[in-house]
Design a protein around this ligand. Structure first.
Ligand code: HEM
Length: 251
């Protein structure tokens, strides 16, 4: 394998990822401390519900599946799955099948959500510049991920990214980045990873922070008690015992 790397490649595959990670961590601390009221998904449910009702669950459930896929494919070393008897070809077809299902769901979901944001005036009006940045970045990362999974793995000749992209990604967290493996990976995989770092750097400044605020406490919070109250017409001034009165005169 070609192990030579240039300074530019070190910058791109080691320095930039650490800068993005630092921005991700420090950005979140800053946002949490200074923008508690802005820490929100900026939901537009009140502006439009019909498309959101479909687009949002399709997108989010498929994203959860893709996150699971990234954990299996990127964080878990190939040697571990081999050790439990999963061959590369079994892994490839599993990842092509499950990955394609996730990718198709994400693409359908994001098309519904993006179309809603672009074409429904009420939703578009609430969209801030950083919302557009996040949406466009997501669209880029998703399109590239789709091309990898569907174009290369399912329909193409396949590429064992677990020997390059995954090795490099994990090496960043051991403090000894393996730049050579990613620097010689196919361009498609390089672009996807680069776009992902850009998203991570933008994340704390966008609505994506809502990902960390899933209201799990709903499961344990006390019930909200609603009690019925006999309907009573409010008293009009001058129609009940309490009448208009002159200032200074006792009741
Ligand atoms: C540096 C971080 C990331 C790396 C190294 C990475 C790597 C990969 C790889 C290698 C694949 C191909 C999987 C296959 O063919 O089986 C893939 C697919 C995909 N990625 Fe990423 N990815 C990263 C971050 C992200 C992020 C942040 C998103 C979305 C916001 C994303 C969205 C997708 C999608 C939608 C697919 C296709 C569906 C799937 O296979 O799960 N990726 N990614």
């Amino acid at each position: 394998m070609n192990t030579s790397v240039t300074g530019w490649q070190v910058f791109w595959w080691a320095v930039l990822p650490y800068l993005a990670l630092a921005t991700f961590v420090i950005g979140h601390i800053w946002r949490w401390r200074y923008d508690q009221f802005g820490w929100t998904s900026r939901s537009t449910e009140l502006q439009e519900k019909r498309l959101l009702k479909w687009g949002s669950p399709v997108f989010h459930y498929a994203v959860f599946a893709a996150i699971a896929g990234h954990v299996i494919g990127i964080l878990i070393p190939e040697s571990w799955t081999k050790a439990i008897g999963i061959s590369e070809s079994t892994y490839r077809w599993f990842s092509a099948g499950a990955g394609t299902a996730a990718a198709v769901g994400i693409v359908i979901g994001v098309i519904i959500l993006a179309a809603r944001r672009i074409f429904i005036t009420r939703v578009r009006a609430t969209t801030s510049p950083v919302d557009w940045v996040a949406l466009i970045l997501l669209a880029i990362v998703i399109a590239l991920g789709f091309a990898e999974t569907v174009g290369v793995n399912l329909l193409g000749s396949g590429y064992n990214y677990r020997q390059s992209v995954s090795v490099w990604f994990r090496s960043l967290f051991t403090g000894n980045p393996n730049v050579a493996v990613i620097a010689h990976a196919p361009l498609l995989y390089q672009l996807h990873a680069t776009a992902a770092w850009v998203i991570f750097a933008v994340w704390p400044f966008s609505r994506l922070v809502h990902a960390w605020s899933y209201p799990l406490w709903y499961l344990w919070r006390p019930f909200v008690v609603y009690r019925e109250r006999a309907a009573a017409r409010p008293n009009e001034p001058g129609t009940s015992g309490r009448r208009w009165r002159r200032i200074g005169v006792r009741y």
